[in-house]
Design a protein around this ligand. Structure first.
Ligand code: HEM
Length: 123
């Protein structure tokens, strides 16, 4: 399997662990304000990342490209900043909103870069 796929899966499992910990925390405390952060960590950080990893495993030529590595870094950076800032914002810190907005756009850039790779790169 290409190293890039392994990194997508390694990063994804860390987000799943974090997302489940937050889910358990919400269940234990009965405090559900941060449900949106839990959902995004799990769906962007675990599900979507794992799908990227599968795609690159099926396309090792693309996985070896510089633009694919760039896509990994941009997407991961976006979620790494977005997850805690979204959690803090939903937990009652409105000052986090600009950081949530910027990191959301960084994450979206990672998705757009993936779309670019899908439509332009040869298999
Ligand atoms: C042991 C693992 C998990 C625990 C303990 C957990 C716990 C929770 C809790 C307590 C809520 C809030 C429910 C409410 O507001 O009434 C929630 C919502 C949610 N969870 Fe999880 N969760 C887990 C795993 C996952 C996974 C793996 C995903 C996605 C891949 C996921 C996606 C969601 C979504 C999308 C919501 C929002 C649902 C809604 O607002 O209607 N969760 N979870």
């Amino acid at each position: 399997m290409p190293m890039l796929s392994i990194w997508f899966f390694r990063t994804a499992i860390l987000f799943l662990i974090a997302g489940i910990c937050l889910g358990l925390y919400m269940s234990i405390t009965h405090e559900f304000a941060a449900t949106g952060a839990h959902a995004h960590i799990n769906l962007l950080g675990w599900v979507t990342m794992a799908i990227f990893g599968i795609y690159y495993a099926l396309n090792p030529v693309q996985a070896a490209s510089r633009i694919a590595r760039l896509q990994y870094f941009i997407y991961t950076l976006g979620i790494l900043v977005m997850a805690p800032s979204l959690f803090l914002m939903l937990s009652g810190n409105p000052a986090m909103e600009p950081l949530v907005a910027i990191s959301s756009l960084v994450t979206f850039s990672g998705v757009l870069l993936f779309a670019f790779i899908l439509f332009t790169r040869k298999a």
